[in-house]
Design a binder for this molecule. Structure first.
Ligand code: SF4
Length: 447
């Protein structure tokens, strides 16, 4: 019988139709890669749930975001007690200090690089510690750890029920200053391109690459990313998409049929003002003016995400704006219907409802910048049912009452970061000064 299992979370799949949704389709691809690597090394590996976890000696858990850590506290209280060891890894695993009470091992970076050695040690009754694997009882602030890297895409196909996944590239060919996707992984393989599994027609393409390819893919484009409302802001964060390029993209899209295109955007960067938001309106107005009027217009759905100072990126020390951004972009144009901020003859722009509340940003900030005290607060709040189901305003008021969250949003000295002993492949620390002493944004609604 297998002694190792990969954990399938319950909360992640709330609302799924279990009749039509099999156990392993609810797995993260990265964790399936870990399972594949373990099996190729001769280990038998199952999937497990909270009800079956106690049958195993080593359980791998994927935490793919800061939110996963909050959710995992709730998951763990449903687990059958047992003698198992728990190893967490994934994109949400960067700050060991908020994970110390939650698991036995922390795997930093590419899990398929460290899982076999970890499994071999645990099954022999030993502990593995150092480099990219932290054995929690041996964690030390004075010790350096680093994100495991891969030098080539995972060479094997990973079979999941709904698809066969083959990794084409790792990381991104750009280096936007706020982006963990790029700074946490050495880029190997082709350009960043998310085909959403290949079975869908949607594609997310970095606009920088779209331009480089001569806008060739616009027929299939449904999603792309600006990641900054103005050219000034985008240049500041090393994502040099010129306003003229945004205008060109919009005007070209207006040459085709009316349709919707989603624009991912980041708001609340240091130095951002309302003028940066107005810049996008003006670009839309110029693209509209050079396009033929349309019965069915091209709609640009702006999906805003409040800026987070992500660990191990050049902006890790930057001030974050303690402001509410949800539905604030649309509020710039109160005379337009819904959350529209621009309405022309050929195109319109509207903010979508997906922007994180300040409460959600505060919960992220606690994970990325919290030390041991914040870890205890996260645990207590996560396990508090009334907090979990409360509206965002109540959540925020609760967070404000139990920790100095505003202070966490302020610019940080590198030594004050809880991740100061974690290294990525690049010397990001050298770039901290460039983004640390900037004033916080004045956009959004003040709290
Ligand atoms: S924000 Fe997008 S384009 Fe920029 S580095 Fe990250 S993945 Fe690449």
């Amino acid at each position: 019988m297998a002694e190792i299992a990969c954990y399938v979370p319950t909360l992640k799949v709330a609302g799924h139709d279990f009749k039509n949704d099999s156990f392993d389709t609810r797995q993260w691809t990265g964790l399936c890669m870990v399972k594949d690597a373990l099996e190729r090394a001769g280990h038998e590996v199952d999937f497990c749930s909270s009800a079956t976890v106690s049958r195993y000696r080593l359980v791998f858990v994927s935490l793919t975001s800061d939110r996963s850590i909050w959710e995992f506290w709730r998951e763990r209280r449903t687990w059958e007690p047992g003698e198992y060891r728990v190893a967490v890894g994934g994109f949400g695993v960067l700050n060991p200090k908020v994970l110390l009470g939650l698991c036995d091992y922390i795997q930093l970076g590419r899990g398929e690089r460290t899982s076999v050695e970890l499994a071999d040690a645990v099954l022999k009754g030993h502990a593995l510690h150092g480099g990219s694997v932290i054995h929690v009882p041996d964690y030390s602030e004075g010790e350096e750890y680093r994100l495991a890297q891969a030098t080539e895409p995972y060479p094997h196909e990973v079979v999941q029920t709904v698809r066969v996944y083959k990794e084409g590239h790792i990381g991104c060919n750009h280096k936007c200053a706020f982006c963990g996707y790029s700074w946490h992984r050495v880029h190997v393989g082709g350009e960043f391109r998310n085909d959403f599994g290949g079975a869908h027609i949607e594609q997310e393409r970095a606009m920088l690459d779209l331009k480089r390819s001569g806008w060739a893919d616009l027929g299939r484009l449904r999603v792309t990313a600006l990641d900054g409302s103005s050219e000034r802001i985008r240049r500041m964060v090393n994502k040099p998409i010129a306003d003229a390029d945004v205008e060109e993209l919009m005007a070209r899209l207006c040459e085709g049929k009316g349709r919707s295109v989603k624009l991912f955007n980041v708001v609340g960067y240091p130095t951002e003002t309302i003028e940066d938001w107005r810049d996008l309106e003006e670009v839309m107005a110029r693209a509209d003016a050079r396009s033929e009027p349309k019965d069915t217009r091209v709609g640009f759905g702006l999906h805003n995400t409040p800026f987070r100072a992500f660990p191990l990126t050049p902006m890790a020390c930057s001030p974050m704006a303690y402001r509410e951004y949800r539905l604030m972009f649309g509020a710039m144009a109160p005379n337009l219907p819904g959350k529209m901020f621009f309405s022309g003859r050929a195109l319109y722009g509207a903010e979508d409802f997906g922007c994180d509340s300040l409460a959600a940003t505060a919960m992220s900030c606690m994970v990325w910048r919290g030390h041991e005290k914040a870890a205890d607060t996260i645990r207590r709040l996560a396990l508090h049912d009334r907090f979990w189901t409360a509206p965002s305003k109540v959540k925020l008021a609760t967070i404000e009452s139990v920790c100095d969250i505003r202070r966490m949003f302020e610019a940080k000295d590198p030594a004050d970061l809880p991740t100061s002993n974690i290294r990525t492949y690049a010397k990001v620390e050298k770039l901290y000064g460039r983004y640390r002493d900037l004033p916080p944004a004045t956009t959004g609604a003040r709290r």
